[in-house]
Design a protein around this ligand. Structure first.
Ligand code: APR
Ligand code: PHB
Length: 389
């Protein structure tokens, strides 16, 4: 079999890239290890930057996003019972849209199926061959049959645990990592959100976040120990702890209910350099991970897709490799800014086991500066709504 671009991974990165390429007549095949139902079952953040919204519009997949997505002009930040608001739209001219990643992925799957896009599910043994040659190939097995695809390019959109990053020799790649000394315990509940915008809460008991999927589906997180397990936390224990971390005026209005999903996620900052090796390009979580504090995971995957899509179109339509040659540098330039913001916001809002009393004073002082200084709020807002591509 032959195609122009083999895309390994049928998550948001792979699907968005495949759909965008298809709209420009560039053929791709998506290889996904899991079933579509499994992929759509993942619960992930859904705060969309303006750039991602634009890409979904360009992909012809933004109708439901605009119909059901919730425009957020700002967010609340709290410290104990003290609260202040960062007004994204006033400070940057741009809001964010809250729209679950599951829904965005569903829209992309629907579009690929409508376009007759080639997606192979439940593939195994995906192996990259000759990425550093002009005739790369990808082999894989499906239904007990081994197949091989000849292609021009390979997009490694297979996430942090995929095979693509590992295909780049250790002698070529450099990895940067920070593992945070805590996790996030998250709950999804069919309850109305406590507030119409997100609340990022710093409290002496640790971080908490009040988010949502829609007006009837809420998503809440509390910082927890890495030694915790989900079984350590009854729903009631979660709600009680959340109420102790958010401002009292919000805790009073919190509507609790049974969790329909409850999980603990570790927090990590991670970047691989370079994001290209020969005809292999890494996109999204395959190349980088951010702590979820700044809601940048999906949005940095989107900017990678933007740069790679641009470069591949330039190659196929204008016969120039300038775009693909610049891909890694362009993508990394924006990724490191998102890594910094996510690290900064995590450092500002969480309690660290080894924090000294001086460290705590620094954190409180920075929160106070963010509350009272327009330039600080503008910088935060610009990063949150998304730096330019
Ligand atoms: N072969 C084929 N598919 C694979 C393989 C493999 N060897 N390994 C992983 N995959 C698939 C996974 O099953 C998953 O569906 O690749 C996909 C990768 O999707 P994500 O992990 O969602 O990564 P990405 O598409 O880059 O999206 C990044 O999604 O995971 C969130 O926090 C992340 O919000 C960010 C966004
Ligand atoms: C979420 O809704 O899951 C969410 C929102 C914002 C974040 C992280 C997670 O920063």
């Amino acid at each position: 079999m032959k195609t122009q671009v083999v895309i390994i991974g049928g998550g948001p990165s792979g699907l968005l890239l495949s759909q965008l390429l298809d709209r420009r007549g560039i053929e791709s095949v998506v290889l996904e290890r899991k079933t579509k139902e499994y992929v759509l079952g993942r619960i992930r953040a859904g705060v969309l930057e303006r750039g991602l919204v634009g890409l979904m519009e360009e992909a012809g997949c933004a109708d439901r996003l605009h119909a059901e997505g919730i425009v957020h002009d700002g967010t609340l930040v709290s410290h104990g019972d003290d609260m202040f608001r960062i007004d994204f739209t006033e400070l940057t001219g741009t809001p964010v849209i809250v729209y679950g990643q599951t829904e965005l992925t569903r829209d992309l799957y629907d579009a690929r199926e409508k376009a007759g896009g080639r997606i192979e599910f439940e593939v195994d043994d995906v192996t990259i061959h000759g990425a550093d040659t002009d005739a790369p190939q990808v082999s894989y097995s499906v239904g007990g049959e081994t197949r091989r695809i000849d292609c021009d390019f390979i997009a490694g959109c297979d996430g942090f645990h995929g095979v693509s990053r590992q295909a780049i020799p250790l002698s070529v790649r450099t990895e940067y990592e920070k593992v945070y000394p805590f996790g996030w315990l998250g709950i999804l509940s069919q309850t109305p959100p406590v507030h119409d915008e997100l609340i990022y809460a710093n409290s002496e008991r640790g971080f908490a976040l009040c988010s949502m999927r829609n007006s009837k589906l809420s998503r809440y997180y509390i910082q927890c120990s890495l030694s915790d397990s989900v079984n350590d936390w009854t729903d009631e224990a979660f709600w009680q702890e959340l109420k102790r971390r958010i401002p009292a005026t919000m805790a009073e209005k919190l509507v609790t209910g049974p969790s329909i999903e409850k999980s603990i996620a570790p927090l990590r900052s991670f970047v691989t350099e370079p994001m290209r090796w020969g005809r292999l390009f890494l996109c999204g979580d395959a190349a980088h991970i951010v702590p979820p504090t700044g809601a940048k995971g999906l949005n940095t995957a989107a900017s990678d897709v933007h740069y790679l899509y641009d470069g591949l179109c330039e190659f196929y339509k204008a016969g120039s490799s300038a775009g693909i040659d610049a891909y890694s540098e362009r993508a990394l330039n924006r990724i490191w800014k998102a890594e910094r913001f996510s690290w900064w916001f995590s450092s500002l809002m969480h309690r660290y086991p080894d924090q000294s009393s001086f460290d705590l004073k620094m954190q409180v002082s920075e929160l106070d500066f963010l509350r009272s200084n327009k330039a600080a709020q503008t910088a935060m807002a610009q990063n949150y709504v998304g730096l330019p591509y």
